[in-house]
Ligand binder design. Structure first.
Ligand code: CIR
Length: 254
């Protein structure tokens, strides 16, 4: 996983209307902007060049760019969000991806797929079947991956918005996972760092050039990660978490 670039989109004022399953708290726009700055700094610290797109006010969730595309070494795949209000975000980012990817593929209806459900492990992609990504979307993605000599398989997702809300790959044959994913048969060949008790949000981490970016506020998991020798950068994303957003979903990396 050697990435050199990332794409992010600035949060807009409309972030206060972002989708949330629990709807407990509303993000504070100014604080979200500040946290987004720190997130970009963290990507830069990991050596990535960051393409920063302007906010699009008509799409309150458009800061979560990861959901609208799947980037592979061979091609970019435009997704088909299962949440209808997010469908328009896909076209908004396509031009930018065309600058970097000569080959663009797409998932089409009745398939649905969101990038948060797609976890890359080398040339294999685990695809979560969630409320947002359906069997047909996964079937289309696997067909595209196979066309380019890559592979994919599906994993049922319950109690989490997306697959990567509960498990992420951090290289070195290692996954960071919530206990509910730690026992999955597909994952038994990997080392699993199970998130600390009560630290559900901690499973969504990114390894960039050997440094782990993780959400701040999960000291038990942070300690476990440091113990394994990783350098850890903790970034506060509380405003995004209020609308069910994690760390990975704030960028597309390639
Ligand atoms: C949504 O419900 O679509 C947004 N409020 C959150 C999306 C988070 N995306 C992700 O974890 N990949």
């Amino acid at each position: 996983m050697t990435f050199t670039k990332a794409i992010v989109r600035r949060p807009g004022r409309s972030i206060v209307s972002g989708l949330s399953e629990a709807s407990l708290e509303t993000p504070v726009y100014e604080k979200a902007l500040e946290q987004h700055d720190h997130y970009i700094d963290a990507l830069n610290r990991c050596g990535l060049d960051v393409v920063i797109l302007d906010a699009t006010e008509e799409h309150p969730d458009s800061v979560f760019v990861e959901d609208v595309a799947v980037l592979t070494p061979e091609c970019a795949i435009m997704t088909a969000p299962g949440e209808r209000s997010r469908a328009g975000e896909v076209q908004k980012i396509r031009d930018t991806l065309e600058r970097f990817f000569p080959r663009i593929e797409e998932i089409i209806s009745p398939g649905t797929l969101e990038g948060g459900d797609v976890m890359q492990i080398g040339r294999h992609y685990s695809i979560g079947l969630s409320n947002r990504s359906n069997q047909e979307g996964a079937r289309q993605l696997i067909r595209i991956l196979e066309k380019y000599g890559m592979a994919g398989s599906t994993i049922p997702v319950h109690n989490f918005l997306h697959l990567k809300t509960g498990v992420t790959w951090i290289g070195n044959k290692t996954l960071v996972a919530d206990s509910r994913f730690a026992l999955y048969p597909d994952f038994q060949d990997y080392n699993i760092i199970q998130v600390g008790e009560g630290e559900k949000g901690a499973a969504n981490c990114i390894n960039l050039g050997g440094k782990i970016i993780m959400p701040a506020g999960f000291s038990k998991t942070e300690r476990l990660l440091r113990k394994t020798g990783f350098e850890v950068i903790a970034v506060d994303i509380s405003e995004f978490a209020k609308i069910d957003g994690g760390l990975t979903c704030l960028s597309l990396r390639f």
